[in-house]
Write a protein that binds this ligand. Sequence first.
Ligand SMILES: NC(=O)C1=CN([C@@H]2O[C@H](COP(=O)(O)OP(=O)(O)OC[C@H]3O[C@@H](n4cnc5c(N)ncnc54)[C@H](O)[C@@H]3O)[C@@H](O)[C@H]2O)C=CC1
Ligand SMILES: O=C(O)[C@H](O)CS(=O)(=O)O
Length: 486
Amino acid sequence: MSLSRLSSLRLFRQQCHVGGTWVDAEDGSTIEVDNPASGEVFGRIPSLTAAQVEAAIDTAQSAFIDWRARTAQQRADMLLRWHDLVLANREDIAILMTLEQGKPLAEAQGEVDYAASFLRWFAEEARRVYGETIPGAKPGQQIVVLRQPVGVTSAITPWNFPAAMITRKAGAALAAGCSMIVKPAEATPYTALALAVLAEEAGLPPGVFNVITGEAKLIGQVLTASPVVRKLSFTGSTAVGRQLMAQCAEHIQKVSLELGGNAPFIVFEDADLDRAVEGAMASKFRNTGQTCVCANRFLVQRSVHEAFVDKLAAAMAKLRLGNGFEPGVTQAPLINQAAVRKVQQHYRDALDKGARHVSGAVPDGGQGNFVEPVLITEVNPSMQLCHEETFGPLAAVMPFDTEQQAIELANATPYGLAAYFYSRDVHRCWRVAEALEAGIVGVNEGAISNPAAPFGGVKASGLGREGSRHGLEEYTELKYLCMGAG
Ligand SMILES: NC(=O)C1=CN([C@@H]2O[C@H](COP(=O)(O)OP(=O)(O)OC[C@H]3O[C@@H](n4cnc5c(N)ncnc54)[C@H](O)[C@@H]3O)[C@@H](O)[C@H]2O)C=CC1
Ligand SMILES: O=C(O)[C@H](O)CS(=O)(=O)O
């Protein structure tokens, strides 16, 4: 993608979008954005000042007053128009996404579809924000429960799903009648800014959906220190989520946190091994292993361990690593060198502690941000990868003997986002699904994402749910009216 061709993409914007206006940083400062495949800097984005973030909050507050007064149908219609425009511009958004995040173009196109599905889902839900009535305590008295929008909201989003993690938040917020200020990851701003172009074209009033860029800590501090901002939705690391949650305490801002994971993927001896391998590939290697719901540890019952490892190795051998723009590529570069070092560290630590290399190239850091998919086994709980999210294409297998042992191993982590298991014993499926400490459990299924489902985790994986009607309710407050008899 040449820079001249890039400049011809009407969705490629290098300014922030606030209150319907495209703005630079008032002090002219910018942040470079590079392509993970080549390391080439291909663009810059503004690094807004604290005063500019404050101004964005004021703009979002003014827009909220008007937006909440619109009818549910009017909000639904605009969200649906935004949805249609996102799909109509699917190819160009995907190009920007592959350029800034690296994922294979086909996968980026799939993410655009996934991102658009949240806009459709919340456009439909916008007309179902219901209240209730409750019998009063005295003759003639009535209790009326209203469900109202919380107000100005903020979203701080990650680089791994530059479109879907924004629409999953903004779709719900705007459907509820809130306005939103989004701060995308510094690594992947252009997808977010493309969504802002299309939001404007869909007719969303100025200030309802704003995208700001800049120094993350500063922006986070201004957003969480404002009494006007009534909710923060964050997707990213547990460490940053914990810090932001503490910052939100000052003004009791509501928080939704979708944080790190450490998903166990359990294969029981009664599993269909071919389906288990299909599910393993779908879960482990989506986005080159950079999703919070990727299988992080494979727990395989000893009697089927060798057969499973052989099948998984064969499936992994079909993966193709390369530049996301190359046809047929299924694995792309990791987002940066820190991500590469993390995979190397987990691999080295595991082998130092007794793991066995099965297939794939040793991650030695010699290929820039590219890391070949690698498979190891004889993993044990002393290893770092059992306690930390690898966030890369390292498949680690641990044999186990009994169901109880598998559940204990699976739950032996501070995280609890996703978990997966394969078994054809229906009673075991119920036992294990109920015993796993996770917000999402894939039962004989490795691809669990769906806008209609309440996505989120327990323990250190976060608070609240996104997607589904539950995700919309997170952007509302309940108020009850006690109507006296008069
Ligand atoms: N749950 C998920 O989907 C994700 C989990 N992660 C986990 O986090 C690890 C680190 O990835 P990162 O991209 O560095 O995640 P991160 O948590 O550092 O960044 C996520 C977002 O938070 C912002 N941010 C960072 N520090 C902040 C601060 N002090 N105040 C306000 N905003 C701040 C970033 O600019 C970005 O927009 C990954 O290796 C993975 O384990 C990362 C991305 C997504
Ligand atoms: O943060 C992530 O990795 C995403 O939430 C995973 S999903 O929702 O796209 O499955």
